[in-house]
Every structure is written in structure tokens, then in C-alpha cells.
Design a protein around this ligand. Sequence first.
Ligand code: F6R
Length: 263
Amino acid sequence: MEVIIADNYDEMSKISAEFIAAEIRRKHDLTLGLATGDTPLGMYRELVNLHKREGLDFSKITTFNLDEYVGLDPLHKNSYNYFMNENIFKHVNINQSKVFVPQGNTNDPEIFCEWYENKINDAGGIDLQILGIGRNGHIAFNEPGSSFASRTRVKALYKETIEDNSRFFNSQDDVPRFAISMGIGTILDAKKILLIANGIKKADVCAKFIEGPVTSMITASALQLHSNVTVVLDKDAASQLTRTEYYDWIRNNKHLVQKMIGS
Ligand code: F6R
């Protein structure tokens, strides 16, 4: 796992947007897994800027979102589908027929989840998966205790997730109790993973998933089992890591590392 510590939220957003842009330039028909939430807002703004300023081309990529609330219509203003449209899709030249967000208002979630997994397979699997992290260590809506082998399915949300996400709704009672979420197994199948986190509220959980033991009680710790994970944190989110000197050294001496491995 490579850990990059950015000076602040803006730098975290720029580094992660550049990371994605480099992958799109390298493979025009990239399959990209995407996340919602506060954390990636700056990264999406940077990607829109790269499209407008430098013509970063989204026309051939395919996207799969991690999750969606059960019961919400895709046009509901609190749906993740709406979030994605507002914050990135409608500002870039993406092909809407290649955009997939779980359908929260499906009549048959079980059949839908199977269809979603098949769609990911048909697209050749996810090349790069973007993740945020919840305060309880969840990635997507894989709440503590989720199986590392899990696939896309309906998950009940934990109390702290409902509390955290109530900021977007009129009241806590309005927050849906269930979500369709890619599983940990689905996420670990991605070829590359980029996790971003910022703010002091995420410091404890970032230290736990990066430096602590692998446990289903912090589902992000499953990423230790993946061979190609990059984590970009701002200084606050990195503040409880114990090996920061090492991470800084790697960041400042990338040329030496590259020379050593001959790349
Ligand atoms: C959203 C998602 C969640 C969020 C996490 C952090 O698609 O999968 O796991 O990444 O809850 O949310 P923020 O960024 O709002 O702190």
C-alpha cells in the first residue's frame, strides 16, 4: 500500500484527480469505479477542470458507482445518482450509456445486484476503483462485520453512518436504512484502488486500516490484502499514523525507488 500525505484538502484533491487523469490518458476505455460523499467533491471539481482546460476525454470510459440508497428514485436530490450527475457527469463528455449507478428504486434488489455484478464482469472488471472511508472504517457501505468475500448486495446501515449522512437530509428519520453496495470481494477484484480521506475525524480510522490488523470490523483493512492500493490523505487524516517519516521519505525520493526497481 502506497501512502501519500498531502498538505491539505486541495492538494489531496489535485493528486487524486491527476492519478485518475493519468489512468484515463493511458487507457481511453478505462473502467472506473466511483464513490460519492464529501471527500471526492474537490477531486471531481479538479477532473472537470482537467476536462475543460486540457480536454481530458471521458467519452470512452465506463463507470460503476459503489452504492446507492434503497428506496430513492434516481432523480431524488439525495440519491447518489443525482450527486454524480450534479458533481461530475453533466460537466464532462461522458457517454451516459456507459454510466452505471445502482438502482435504489428497483423492485427486485437481489436480481438487480446480480445484474450489476455481471455488468462489471462484461466491462472487463474495474481498472481503477476510487474509495472514501467512513468513520467506522467502511468502504462503500460495507459496514463493520461485512464479509471480505461479499459481492454487490443490500446492506443495513450502521447508526453512525445514518448520523453522518443525516447532514444531507431534513432529519435523521429521512435517511434510508438500507443501501445497495458493492461488496468487499467486488472491490478487491479491481485492478487498482485509490482511497482518499481528509480531516481530523478520519485520523483514527486511517491509522487503524493502514497500520492496524486486518479485521472485518474495519472493512477498509481488507485493502492490505490487495497488491495495488494508493492512499492519499491530507495532513489531518494522516495525523495518527506512526510511520509518517517513512511515507514522506518515499514521496520525496520517488526517483530513487524507481531507479531501484528499474522502472
Ligand atoms: C460513498 C461511499 C462511502 C463514503 C464514506 C465517506 O459512495 O461509498 O463509503 O466514501 O461514507 O463519506 P464522506 O466522504 O462523506 O466522508
